[in-house]
Design a protein around this ligand. Sequence first.
Ligand SMILES: [Zn+2]
Ligand SMILES: [Zn+2]
Length: 301
Amino acid sequence: MKFRFWGVRGSIPSPGPRTARYGGNTTCIEVRSDDGTLIILDAGTGLFPLAQHLLARPQTPQTPPVQANIFITHSHWDHIHGLPFFTPLFIKGSRVRLHGAYDPVTGKGIEHVMAVQLQNSYFPVSETQMGATIDYRTLDIGTPVEVGDASIGNVLMNHPVTNLGYRVSCNGRSLFFTGDHEPWHNPYPPGDAAFDAFEAHLLERQRAIDAAMAGVDALIVDSSYTREEYPSKAGWGHGTFDAAIEMALRVGARALYCTHHEPTRSDDDLEAAFAAAMARYRDRLGSLQVHLAFEGLEVTL
Ligand SMILES: [Zn+2]
Ligand SMILES: [Zn+2]
């Protein structure tokens, strides 16, 4: 199995010379299982260059059509914005299967993500004008699905909207992608009547997440903020470099990839923030490899 980052930026695309080395596209990861099944984790603006790559070779009647299995962590713009621009949608014979969570606020399944973006005020082409076969699979939380020779499990993370973290497993290798995730925080002070019950709830949720990540070969984590920035951003649904490293150590991950980079951060500032966190953990990392994700980074597991 292998994977490649096509978008590593959080919140909003951030093109330009200050972000050219790590890239300005928002979240998108291409995964190829051992039998070549195409699995795409999130459909941020990185999905567009991925689409161009998929169609780069000359298209002939003999060229096999694109068969894409897209898994959406959640419906915030930076994770879905590339979807209407996924060129295989416009090509007859392609098949695009979109997976994601039920939204308890709208009461709708994953098809809603596409329907909203294709509203006439936002996009000029309707779904009926698209040539591909598109189907929608709203996932049951905690129930894995099989795609080709891979299995994709999911677990509920901590974010202001329902966000599924995905574990992709194939022939004994695995990766886990958090989407957007903020470390748990008990809002009640110790001693408050509600503190213990809430703490028990958080512990149960954390256990489920840790079990889903346990022993993973590659752990890809929302590391938007520095530990100094975090207090002013608490509750926005994102993590820190330090929290990502703690998580990777706790679950016994083999390698950690920090992603969802803060959109205002230049490449130089990103490297400086990462280096400061790494310096704090230098003596605790053991065999854990820690990387800053960048567009084009490809990893074979
Ligand atoms: Zn995001
Ligand atoms: Zn989000």
